[in-house]
Design a binder for this molecule. Structure first.
Ligand code: HEM
Ligand SMILES: *[C@@H]1O[C@H](CO)[C@@H](O)[C@H](O)[C@H]1NC(C)=O
Ligand SMILES: *[C@@H]1O[C@H](CO)[C@@H](O)[C@H](O)[C@H]1NC(C)=O
Length: 331
């Protein structure tokens, strides 16, 4: 029924030559969910079916794929620049500080791309695959569903320096976080909601060690850390060594829920960038954390909205970029 209605809308638009983007007033940057309606109607199902299997074998993949889309969008926009490997013309963003020994999930993206190329060759971009995978990973973990605006094209460039500069650091202050999100067109509400992605997944000791041993250059721990949580973290993350030991970002790291915000309220946020949303003395972010801790539906609703906003950062459209055949290299 829904697809018959949609078909009529699309035919109507074709007849009256209504530009797609103006027919969807809520859309950003010319992206819209029905982009592959004629050219690859199977796209959404193919992405979901590969992910269902991959995530049931390795549940952490959901977190890793959600993060990949973030690290893509914050660097040159959502253009799949993150997926490019080193080559004679590309210096891969995979070697940048925030990404090295940290990003995961590239093989699953490859698997999705191979399947899509079999069914609809040279049609679905790697950037759109990342956006769909982030949404499906959220849904498969128990989080909200949203329609993903599509039509991104893939970059012909990558930028290690932008990856180093534009992706926020785990020891960032609240001012640092709001500034780096603002530069991408994202406000405090987006910052807090999107940080809620840390309801799933894990982090390595190197990303939170500073808080445990030397928060302010005075060899003292971060005083906002709850005592027993702090004691436990020290066993996972000694002062020296164990850099790659991991700790969950939330006590239910496979379940997309609002526990992350409840933990912030208890001084049990893992990263400094998590806890300062509440303790950073910015009234706005503090209030939003409290609201999400007490109202999971509100968090889910805003997370979906903010993911659409993040997914719309500077996409390549029209004849910019290309549709890569292999997500790891230029055509
Ligand atoms: C607000 C600024 C943010 C900072 C400073 C930050 C930092 C980090 C760090 C340091 C890790 C651990 C990486 C490692 O140890 O290898 C991590 C993991 C993760 N981040 Fe963020 N992040 C931020 C925002 C986001 C956003 C906006 C999303 C997605 C919408 C996101 C999704 C994730 C996920 C899902 C993981 C777990 C990945 C896994 O287990 O493989 N983060 N983040
Ligand atoms: C890619 O190139 C960079 C810089 O030239 C180098 O440091 C890195 O090790 C290379 N990475 C891989 C995976 O080959
Ligand atoms: C964060 O860590 C980096 C190096 O690990 C350091 O240079 C920087 O000063 C730290 N920033 C803050 C706000 O502590």
């Amino acid at each position: 029924m829904a697809s018959i209605k949609l078909f009529c809308i699309l035919i109507g638009m074709a007849l009256f030559s209504v530009p797609f983007s103006s027919a969807f007033p809520g859309s950003y940057s010319g992206l819209f969910p029905e982009y592959y309606f004629f050219s690859c109607p199977q796209a959404n199902d193919i992405v979901m079916s590969v992910l269902e299997k991959a995530i049931s074998n390795d549940p952490r993949l959901a977190a890793s794929l959600l993060r990949l889309h973030f690290h893509d969008c914050f660097v040159q926009g959502c253009d799949a620049s993150i997926l490019l490997d080193n080559s004679s013309t590309i210096s891969s963003e995979k070697n940048a500080g925030p990404n090295k020994n940290s990003l995961r999930g590239f093989e699953v993206i490859d698997e999705i791309k191979v399947k899509l190329e079999q069914v609809c060759p040279r049609t679905v971009s790697c950037a759109d695959i990342l956006a769909l995978a982030a949404r499906d990973s959220t849904v498969l973990s128990g989080g909200p569903h949203w329609e993903v605006p599509l039509g991104r094209r893939d970059s012909k460039t990558a930028s290690v320096s932008k990856a180093n500069n534009d992706i926020p650091k785990p020891n960032a202050t609240i001012q640092g976080l709001t500034t780096s999100f603002k530069r991408k067109g994202l406000n405090e509400e987006d910052l807090v909601a999107l940080s809620g992605a840390h309801t799933i997944g894990v982090a390595r000791c190197v990303t939170f060690r500073q808080r445990l041993y030397n928060q302010n250059g005075n060899n003292q721990p971060d005083i906002t850390l709850e005592k027993s949580f702090y004691t436990n973290l020290k066993t996972t993350c000694p002062q020296a060594g164990g850099d790659n030991n991991i700790s969950p970002l939330d006590f239910s790291p496979r379940r997309f829920d609002n526990t992350y915000f409840k933990l912030l309220m208890l001084g049990k946020g893992l990263l400094n960038s998590d806890e300062v949303l509440l303790t950073g003395n910015v009234r706005k972010t503090m209030d939003i954390v409290k609201n999400y801790a007490s109202d999971e539906a509100l968090f889910f609703q805003q997370f979906a909205k903010s993911m659409i906003k993040m997914g719309s950062i500077s996409p390549l459209t029209g004849n910019h970029g290309e549709i890569r055949k292999n997500c790891r290299k230029l055509n």
